[in-house]
Ligand binder design. Structure first.
Ligand code: ZN
Length: 275
């Protein structure tokens, strides 16, 4: 059996080196047949052309990044964000993505109302569920590390993601994306992964560098940090997840500066040893 059959690479891992077209051919050249796609890269290539290339290359699209940012208080801004997310649902459908990854959004400038931001984001998510259902797209709700709560996501724990899914009474159109970088520190991780069960629609891997220097762009390669990735993968599989492990590394000081072919080979090596 192909030992990389369940390995996907999120194209952010080669953000500064490769366009989407280059990532599709580059990953394929190294025997990787699954990718997660970012919107700016897709729009640069063209949605139709991107869809055609992904399909011709036989790429499984494990995710489309990144929707959400729904916490705005201002109604006009909130409506614009909803419309933009509806376009992303269509785009995700066009490229055959397994899910649209969605993050809640942070706290607006000048605001100190975290509870209000959480309510607003949940309200926005509820309004998008019918669109996702109609398009046959799963929204992969991804809680982020509390470190980026103010900037990117007031949804900070897997417990809260599970609560939202229950409170919204959502069906299959709402899943949860478990990213080890965001949740590894959580003392309730095992309990909440088990609770998420079949809702888990994506599993993202990277590592937490003990001396991390940036809130977003200093993720480590698997094996270079402190996360027991294999243990968390076993938890999600025990919970019922049978999909890909998607390598997602934002790395301004290291991996975005390296030769992309070397990055992909390193990903494969570390995947075998640490995922
Ligand atoms: Zn992620």
């Amino acid at each position: 059996m192909d030992e990389y059959a369940k390995l996907s690479i999120n194209q952010i891992t080669t953000r500064d080196q490769w366009s989407l077209a280059e990532a599709i051919t580059g990953y394929g050249r190294h025997g990787i047949h699954a990718i997660s796609v970012w919107r700016d890269k897709l729009l640069e290539l063209g949605i139709r052309e991107g869809a055609r290339m992904l399909s011709d290359a036989g790429m499984t699209v494990t995710g489309y990044c990144v929707g959400g940012l729904l916490s705005a208080r201002d109604d006009a801004v909130f409506q614009e964000r909803l419309e933009d997310n509806r376009r992303m649902i269509e785009e995700a459908s066009t490229i055959g993505a397994e899910c649209l990854v969605l993050i809640a959004g942070g706290i607006e400038e000048g605001s100190r109302d975290i509870d209000g931001a959480r309510e607003r984001a949940k309200e926005g998510l509820a309004l998008l569920l019918p669109d996702a259902r109609a398009a046959g797209i799963i929204i992969g709700l991804e809680p982020l590390h509390p470190m980026v709560c103010s900037l990117r996501s007031v949804l900070t724990t897997l417990e809260m993601a599970n609560d939202w899914c229950e409170e919204l009474g959502a069906g299959d159109e709402l899943g949860i994306a478990v990213d080890v970088y965001n949740v590894w520190w959580d003392p309730n991780l095992a309990r909440e992964i088990a609770r998420a069960g079949n809702r888990i629609c994506a599993f993202h891997v990277s590592d937490w560098l003990a001396d991390t220097r940036d809130l977003r762009f200093d993720r480590g390669m698997m094996g270079d940090g402190v996360i027991d990735i294999e243990k968390i993968r076993e938890m999600v599989e025990t919970a019922g997840y049978a999909g890909y492990s998607e390598v997602e590394i934002f790395s301004e000081r290291n991996w975005w500066r390296k030769d992309p072919d070397d990055v992909v080979e390193t990903v494969k090596d570390r995947y075998r040893r640490y995922v």
